[in-house]
Design a protein around this ligand. Structure first.
Ligand SMILES: Cc1cc2nc3c(=O)[nH]c(=O)nc-3n(C[C@H](O)[C@H](O)[C@H](O)COP(=O)(O)OP(=O)(O)OC[C@H]3O[C@@H](n4cnc5c(N)ncnc54)[C@H](O)[C@@H]3O)c2cc1C
Length: 395
């Protein structure tokens, strides 16, 4: 392959697609981003960002804006949902920041997406097109053409499939069928801070772990609201995204937890439901001039809070490789080789965390408590160094 002056095509305007466009622009590449929806935006409320996300923000040129909208929490706190006692916490203060060169923070998804979108709109090298669903592609030796749902097509030098969990681009690249339905159902709500029980207004991302269920909460948007995410393992058979549900349905999975944990759920309102899906890792990310990125490449359960962080790392790595290799096929191959092992590890660890930390019961839970409560901050930092010390370009 030879380098062409054609723009890079990006399918999908989520966090991964916007980050890819920005990364490419940082290296002087033009791109056309094709988004299926009629407007660019994000649903859902909070998102946690490890220090690796801040490495990516700096690389993408949005470090200052991203830092300005974040809430900097003091701890990751693990509670036993049956006893309401703390099992352990990870201190996110100065020693953590020094160790990983960046903070841990929580942000509103809309704010994060907005920062990336503004930077894309400010760039002369990025063209954003909405109502542009990529349904398939074809390619020759030097270009790739994305075919859209309305019959139009767009030609570029490469196509990056950043079109999420249900990616059409992946269908063609990997042909590996639909995602795996995990059977875990997540319910999300946001409540004003003054409606959160006063004794739980912690500056922490708090996880209450119980048998087959868990609750997560943290402050957002300059402490105006609390994000509530509660999940139970109910063997839900079908994928569902964003469906409104009643409080009674949410409570159904939490009859067995401590009254203090139940009280958190009772404060939620306007609950919406997601049935969680992921995939087994696969190395099939590439097809000639086409590459996958973000959830399209490596969809994962949210238990490591890393899906968006990994999508941004992908964007960093992709643009780095394209700027370091004249031959674009070689660059895509380097991108895949660099990114696959790390993202696969996060995918599989996210599942393991769900099983061994978030949802165990009985002896299994007592073992978790014994192991985790014995860890010091230094132990935690060492355990997390492979993840939070990485940048997408290698650790
Ligand atoms: C409950 C929950 C909590 C989470 N918490 C965290 C967290 O704390 N931290 C974290 O880092 N991650 C978290 N994640 C994961 C994170 O949300 C995702 O990994 C991340 O948003 C993926 O971004 P993406 O751009 O790859 O895909 P998406 O966000 O799915 O974006 C895909 C975009 O492509 C568009 N699109 C789809 N198909 C097409 C097409 N054919 N053509 C054109 N456009 C198309 C869609 O409309 C969408 O805009 C969480 C996920 C869940 C479900």
């Amino acid at each position: 392959m030879t380098v062409t002056r054609q723009p890079v095509l990006i399918a999908g305007g989520g966090i991964g697609g916007l980050a890819a466009a920005l990364g490419l622009a940082q290296k002087g590449f033009r791109s056309i981003l094709l988004e299926k929806a009629s407007a660019l935006g994000e649903i859902g409320a909070g998102i946690q960002l490890g220090p690796n996300a801040f490495h990516a923000f700096d690389y993408l040129g949005v470090g200052a804006a991203a830092r300005g909208m974040a809430v900097y929490i003091d701890q990751l706190r693990l509670m036993d949902a049956l006893t309401a006692e703390e099992i352990t916490h990870v201190d996110l203060g100065e020693p953590f920041r020094v160790r990983f060169g960046n903070p841990y923070a929580v942000v509103h998804r809309g704010d994060l997406h907005g920062v990336l979108l503004k930077a894309c709109r400010d760039s002369d090298l990025i063209e954003l097109r909405v109502s542009s669903e990529v349904v398939r592609y074809d390619q020759d030796g030097s270009t790739v053409t994305a075919h859209l749902a309305d019959g139009a097509w767009v030609t570029g030098s490469l196509l990056i499939g950043a079109d999420g969990l249900w990616s059409n681009v992946r269908k063609q690249v990997a042909s590996d069928g639909p995602p795996r339905v995990s059977g875990h159902t997540t319910y999300r709500s946001v409540i004003p801070t003054d409606e959160m029980p006063e004794d739980l207004r912690w500056n922490a991302a708090t996880l209450w772990a119980g048998p087959k269920c868990h609750i997560v909460h943290y402050p957002l948007s300059g402490w105006k609201v609390f994000n509530l995410v509660v999940t139970y393992h109910n063997d839900a058979p079908e994928p569902v995204a964003g469906m409104p549900v009643s409080e009674e349905e949410v409570m159904r999975g939490f009859g067995h937890v401590h009254e203090r944990a139940k009280a958190i759920i009772r404060h939620g309102k306007n609950w919406k439901l997601w049935v969680l899906c992921d995939r087994d890792p696969t190395e099939r990310w590439l097809d000639g001039r086409v590459a996958l990125l973000g959830d399209a490449a490596h969809p994962m359960l949210q238990y490591f809070a890393q899906g968006a962080c990994q999508a941004m790392e992908d964007a960093v790595c992709l643009s780095h490789m394209l700027s370091h290799h004249d031959d674009q096929a070689t660059a895509l191959e380097h991108y895949r080789v660099q990114r696959f092992p790390r993202t696969a590890r996060v995918q599989l660890t996210s599942r393991a965390i769900g099983e061994h930390i978030y949802h165990p019961a009985g002896e299994h839970a007592r073992l978790r408590n014994a192991i985790m409560s014995a860890k010091t901050s230094e132990d935690w930092y060492r355990d997390l160094a492979w993840l939070y010390g990485g940048t997408g370009l290698g650790s």
